[in-house]
Design a protein around this ligand. Sequence first.
Ligand SMILES: [Zn+2]
Length: 70
Amino acid sequence: MGKVTGIAGRFGARYGMSLRRKWKEIMEKRYADHVCPYCKTEGKVVRIAAGIWYCKKCKTKWAGLAYTPY
Ligand SMILES: [Zn+2]
């Protein structure tokens, strides 16, 4: 029984590590410069709320995904 628990524990640790890597990817994507789909300006798109994006250049506001503008 002790051996089984050990294997399950190791698998759990590995799964947790891949989850953390996935989370890091999401966070990096979230803070990366996005290109405005309307005026194509890069770095002027900001997330003003969950799923709400705003372009400081052309002042367009639109609904996108929670972590990416489209
Ligand atoms: Zn724009």
